[in-house]
Design a protein around this ligand. Structure first.
Ligand SMILES: C[S@@+](CC[C@H](N)C(=O)[O-])C[C@H]1O[C@@H](n2cnc3c(N)ncnc32)[C@H](O)[C@@H]1O
Length: 398
């Protein structure tokens, strides 16, 4: 008899209802096995067929879970690291270089996850196992939950680290490579998860662009960016790598006064050559296209409602991506996505975050999907590792 694989699935409490519905209708899960444990948003489930599932596959198939990890065994919580290491060692091949990842949920342990990783790793090494933090062959996941510790593992490929590491504890990811702020990860994860090929996108519209994490990431992929936000961006960081022009209405302050504010905010002189400010009244569809030839990022310094007036200009640029990350209610986010999708050609990509301030999410999610169907195909929603209190919606313009 093949032992069934058991998984620990954890979701954000905001998405609890949607998550449980998703588990119940999943073809991968033995629905009779779904067990909510510790009275929180944590489930233990069995897969239907051990042969067909692996941790990454299971993870990919769930929209609403923070992560789904395959569990080898569960042990009773103990403060004795040598004891924990002994249990872990039984689940791991001695010849493989390992790295331990710990995640704590309402655990009896008062120590930091990082410190626990080091302590157990040290014990394992004492037992003759080989730790390798840079290039592990096997990732060991330890979930500290209530009075238990759940132990799971995943093989790490030569070239590709399993996605599950990023999903397990997003703060493990090294920020310096990706961008300007935490938001950069959200767009990077969306590109990765939804398999977006950046080289196919020449121009993107980035709404709610300030301070610029998404714009920075997109520009790094050689995509020209129209950034729409009335707030000032982080020109200091952007202008280290990119040429930026800010265009604003005269009524919102002259180009000179905006430039002075930016310099007053501390823009270093060396970056000034990469930053221009001008007034929008002098720009037309044609000059907008010209601006994109000379600049990597063109910021329309205005809220989306005002930038709507320039829809014809935007459309003329044939943007391949509409990216939206505005801190407004999801319904308003969807309205904005629908409106600005007019600027995209058919098959253009739409990526928008949906922020959830309240617990009533299931209705909003189906509203978002139904409402987007007017303008888009292949709509998908996913809770990505760096999404907090929000989901990411992906779709193709019809
Ligand atoms: C969460 S931040 C965006 C972070 C950004 N994506 C990044 O990568 O750095 C939300 C932004 O939405 C902007 N915003 C809010 N309402 C907006 C609107 N109606 N039109 C345009 N931008 C808006 C805010 O000014 C704020 O800068």
């Amino acid at each position: 008899m093949v032992a069934l694989a058991q998984y620990l699935a954890i979701c954000d409490k905001r998405f609890f209802k949607s998550a449980i519905a998703e588990l119940r209708k999943s073809e991968l899960v033995d629905t009779g096995s779904i067990k909510r444990i510790y009275d929180r948003e944590v489930f233990l489930v069995n897969s239907k067929d051990n042969q067909k599932t692996n941790p990454d596959l299971a993870l990919e198939d769930f929209e609403f879970f923070d992560f789904v990890v395959k569990i080898d065994k569960a042990i009773v919580f103990s403060k004795n690291y040598a004891e924990i290491a002994k249990s872990v060692s039984e689940a791991v091949d001695k010849g493989k270089k390992f790295k331990i990842y710990v995640k704590k949920y309402e655990s009896e342990s008062a120590e930091r996850a990082k410190d626990i990783e080091v302590a157990i790793g040290t014990e394992m090494e004492r037992m003759g196992f080989l730790a390798d933090l840079k290039k592990p062959e096997i990732a060991i996941f330890l979930v500290f939950l209530g009075d238990k510790i759940f132990i799971g593992k995943s093989a790490v490929g030569e070239l590709e680290r399993p996605k599950i590491i990023d999903w397990f504890r997003p703060s493990n990811v090294d920020d310096k490579d990706i961008g300007l702020n935490r938001a950069s990860f959200k767009i990077a994860e969306a590109f990765n998860y939804f398999k977006v090929n950046p080289s196919k996108i020449k121009v993107a519209i980035d709404i709610g662009a300030a301070p610029g994490g998404w714009s920075y990431y997109l520009a790094s992929k050689d995509i020209k960016v129209i950034a729409i936000d009335n707030a000032l961006m982080d020109y200091e960081t952007l202008c280290e790598k990119f040429k930026v022009i800010v265009i604003s209405k005269i009524s919102r302050g002259s180009a000179e006064s905006i430039q002075n504010t930016i310099i007053g905010n501390g823009l270093k002189d060396v970056h000034r050559k990469n930053l221009s400010v001008s007034n929008i009244e002098i720009h037309q569809a044609q000059t907008m296209a010209d601006l994109l030839k000379s600049y990597d990022i063109v910021q329309i310094k205005a809220p989306a409602e005002e930038a709507e007036k320039y829809m014809a200009y935007l459309k003329a640029l044939h943007p391949g991506l509409l990216a939206i990350d505005i801190n407004v209610k999801p319904k308003y986010g969807i309205e904005t996505a629908k409106k600005f999708s007019q600027a995209l050609d058919p098959e253009g990509i739409i990526i928008t975050t949906l922020k959830f301030a309240t617990m009533d999410t299931a209705g909003t999610i189906s509203y978002a999907k139904n409402s987007m169907e007017d303008v888009a195909n292949a709509i998908k929603i996913k809770k990505l590792p760096h999404n907090r209190k929000e989901l990411t919606l992906f779709a193709y313009k019809k």
